[in-house]
Structures are given as C-alpha cells and as structure tokens.
Design a protein around this ligand. Structure first.
Ligand code: AMP
Length: 475
C-alpha cells in the first residue's frame, strides 16, 4: 500500500542549512527482516520504525494511536483529548518520524512543547526509542540547567526539538534556536501548559513558527483557554476524544474521610498494605512533600521527594531512583502529576486533595498505567467538601468511600498544613469499587474511543506532504 503522502511525494524545499552542508542521509539501507505481523502494519510504517516497535513490545496500537496516526499521516491537524498513559506520545511520534524518513532535511523541523522537564524528557526518550534504527536526532531543551550543552546539540540541527516553553523561548530570543523551518508543532498537555502560566510564552513561540504547518494538540481536559488556543491554531482538526475526565477503569479509586491530624497515621496504614510495594504520595505544597519524605525516611522507608524547589539534578536523581526501584515511595507535588510514566506503581495516595477535579484524574493516572491495574486513595478533610462535590460531578459518580481503620492515632507533629475542622467530611455511600465499576457514571464521557471531525475552515492539506502542507510558499 502506498500512502497518500508517498504518492504526492513533494520535495522539501532546500533549507537555509542545507545550502551549507549536505542533507543528512536517512536513506540507510533497510535490512530485509522477517518480522511477525503486527497490528501496526495497517499504518504502512517504514520498516525501521516497525522494527523499533516490535522491539519495544508494541504489538497492537492503542485506541488513541488507531485514531490519531492515520490523520497525522495524512497531514491533518489533530486535537487529541486523552488522559495520560494512553499511548499518546507514540500516537504523534510515529507519524512524525515517518514523515521525516520520507522527507529528510536539516532541522529543527518538528517542535514538541511540553509543560514540565520530566514530561519533555519522557517524550524525548520515547521518540528516541522509536527512532533507534533511523538517524533522526532529537534534542530536549528545558530550564534549570545550563543552556550550553543544549545549544551545542542544537547546532547539529536535530530534526526534532522537544522542550519546555520557557527555555525554548530563551533559546529563540538568543538566536540559538531557529524555528523557521518547523513544519510540525506538537503541544502536549496543553491544559497543564495553561495551568502553569506558559501560554504567553507559547504564543510568542507560535509567532516565530512558519504559518503553514501541521499542528497536533493534546490535552487531557479542554478548559476554555485551551479551546480558544485550539480554535486559533488548528485547521480543520481531526478530533480524537478518549474518556478524558474519567479515571481509567483499571484504577480502583476510593477515599477516606479523615482530619488533618490523623493523615500521617492513615498514610502509614495505607503504605503497610500488602499490595502496596510502590506508591506516589501527592501533597499540596513543596514544603509538605519535603517534610513528609523526610518523615518517612526517618521511619526507615525508602522515600524520596520530588518537588519544584529541588535542583534539576536532584529531581533527576529522585525520578531515576524511583523508576529504578531504589525508592519505593515518591512524595510529590503536582509537578509529577502529569505525563510521567513509571511502570508498576501500586498506589497513588492523595495525601492532600488536588486543586481541581482534572488534576485528580491526572494524579491517579500515575497508577494503572499501560495494562497494569492500580489503586488510588484520597484523604478528604472537612475542608475538601466543595472539591469532592465538583470532582464527583465531573466524574459522574461518587468516589467510593472506605471506612477509617480503627484507633488511628492523631499525629503529635503534623506537616504544618491546614488545621482540621470540626465535622469531618461527607461519606459517599457504597463499598469501595461498587459504584466505580458498574458503568453508572452517566455524566462522564464514554469509555470507548470516539472520533468526530469538525470542519472549520476547510482542509488546508489534501494529504501528508501535499504541496500546501509541506512545500511552503511563505518560507
Ligand atoms: P504515554 O501515554 O505516551 O505516556 O504512554 C504510556 C505508556 O504506554 C508508555 O510506557 C509507552 O511506552 C507505552 N505504549 C504506548 N503505546 C503502546 C503500545 N501500542 N503497546 C504497548 N505499550 C505502549
């Protein structure tokens, strides 16, 4: 089968860079391989990508990949509404890599913006895994570390740049990053980008990009600000919507109603469960994350904090240690709530409730990743009643409530948090799991992937790499 793109096969205009040096050769001879059939064969991907997929153990495409990859390959803009852990990185990375293999050139040709360094790194790693049998280069840029090695890497003209908006903008303003040849933009976790106040930077970056480009926007939720940005930048997008506010069916989530003073003892109880070997514990503030990790360590547990006051190298050490299993407990602020993919986390504990219902879904999405199952429990105090009401409304079902274990002591020294209020929180009825698995969440979007197309301004591209899509008039 020949893709629409291969049929049109336009020639990428010579970039300013290619005048000075030969274009990188991607046409490395492809080894004849005997490979067993894979569910990815339907996309007719380059054998080098197919080989990397097979080695990574990706046999069947995930729903978001089934929905997204063909549209991306056709050069369409895409709006993906999907929660984390759904496989969205490969959903955009594979068509991007395919495009770069078919039309090589010096970069940056692809810009991926992500809200946190951890997520940017994770995207970089996933792209590198998928591109391992190609010569496509990916460079990751983010703040908090010296820019020297990043600028050096950029001089190699990598095809793909993954970065956080702040550093991308800095490098752009210092003329260390030339975005004038970018023909594919990915905005990942757009809602989180907005929450973190990056939209000003994002808009400045957008202004530096060629107008004629493919845009892929991913967001777990669609607050009005993200919707408005999407309306501005996306041209007749293919919309892929996976259940975005509903936690994965694989996550058994429940809550405890507890006062602040007994949270510490309750945490010990949860961490002592037999099925709790690894856990992420979320706190509201950086200070509380630090204190709690210290307290757990003093108790002899292998715990580490991940919070925004730590240096980049400290954060890397914490993440790598947790990933490698050197730490069993990661105590984190919401910096770790999204996008991060660590396999095999048994429990997510919301020691403090998250700010918004959306963040709840993101946080508990740290467990139950890929095909695994996981448990998530939330400590709800009397002050969190409004939060609980909003969250349950958005989820479309009560979060099942668990009875507090008997005789929980009140901690002598808390974490310096909110004082408990008299009255306690509400209890939603029903045993744990009873209401979360029976499909009674009428208000949440359906579990199955659904797609719909919106036509706003008519198609800019007639297929991936069509003359209007890739060979740009305005360059
Ligand atoms: P993401 O949503 O991109 O963070 O992906 C979540 C996890 O799923 C990552 O560990 C990916 O490596 C993995 N993954 C993505 N697509 C597939 C697939 N088709 N088969 C198996 N694992 C996958």
């Amino acid at each position: 089968m020949t893709s629409a793109f291969a049929q049109s096969n336009p020639v990428r205009p010579t970039s300013p860079h290619t005048r000075n040096r030969p274009t990188k050769g991607h046409a490395r001879s492809e080894r004849a391989e005997t490979r067993r059939p894979s569910g990815f064969d339907r996309f007719d991907l380059d054998p080098r990508l197919a080989r990397a997929l097979a080695e990574a153990g990706y046999d069947e495409p995930r729903p978001i990949q089934v929905e997204t990859i063909p549209a991306c390959l056709d050069g369409r803009d895409v709006m993906g509404l999907a929660q984390t852990g759904t496989g969205k990185t490969a959903a955009f990375a594979l068509p991007i890599l395919q495009g770069l293999l078919e039309e090589p050139g010096d970069g940056p040709l692809v810009l991926v913006l992500a809200p946190t360094r951890e997520l940017a790194r994770q995207i970089e790693n996933e792209i590198r895994t998928l591109a391992r049998y190609t010569e496509i280069e990916t460079v990751c840029v983010f703040g908090g570390v010296s820019a020297a090695s990043q600028t050096k890497a950029l001089r190699r003209r990598p095809e793909i740049v993954v970065g956080c908006p702040g550093r991308v903008l800095d490098l752009l303003q210092q003329r260390e990053l030339d975005l004038s040849w970018v023909d594919t933009l990915v905005l990942d976790e757009a809602d989180h980008m907005f929450d973190m106040g990056f939209f000003r930077d994002v808009r400045k970056i957008l202004a530096a990009l060629p107008k004629d480009r493919q845009n892929l926007l991913f967001s777990a939720t669609m607050p009005k600000e993200v919707r408005s940005l999407a309306d501005q930048i996306l041209n007749d997008p293919h919309v892929v919507e996976l259940a975005h506010t509903k936690p994965s069916e694989r996550i058994d989530h429940f809550l405890y109603t507890v006062d602040e003073g007994r949270k510490r003892a309750l945490l010990d109880h949860v961490l002592a469960q037999e099925d709790c070997r690894t856990a992420i514990v979320f706190t509201r503030t950086k200070h509380r994350a630090k204190r709690l990790a210290q307290q757990l360590e003093k108790q002899g547990r292998s715990a580490v904090a991940l919070q925004g006051n730590m240096s980049q190298s400290q954060r890397d050490r914490a993440m790598e240690g947790f990933r490698a299993g050197r730490f069993e407990i990661l105590v984190a602020t919401d910096i770790a709530a999204r996008g991060l993919d660590v396999a095999g986390i048994d429990y997510v504990v919301n020691y403090d409730v998250p700010n918004t219902p959306e963040t709840y879904t993101h946080r508990i999405g740290r467990t139950g990743r890929s095909e695994a199952t996981g448990r998530a429990c939330t400590f709800v105090t009397g002050e969190d009643r409004a939060w609980l009401r909003d969250t349950e409304r958005i989820l479309g079902a009560p979060i099942p409530s668990e009875t507090l274990p008997e005789g929980l002591p009140t901690a002598a020294a808390g974490l310096g948090g909110r004082e408990p209020r008299a009255g306690g929180g509400r209890r939603s009825g029903g045993a744990r799991g009873a209401s979360s698995r029976d499909g009674s969440r009428g208000g949440a979007s359906g579990g199955a992937a659904s797609t719909r197309n919106r036509s706003r301004r008519g198609g800019r591209r007639s297929g991936r790499g069509s003359a209007s899509g890739r060979a740009s008039a305005g360059r």
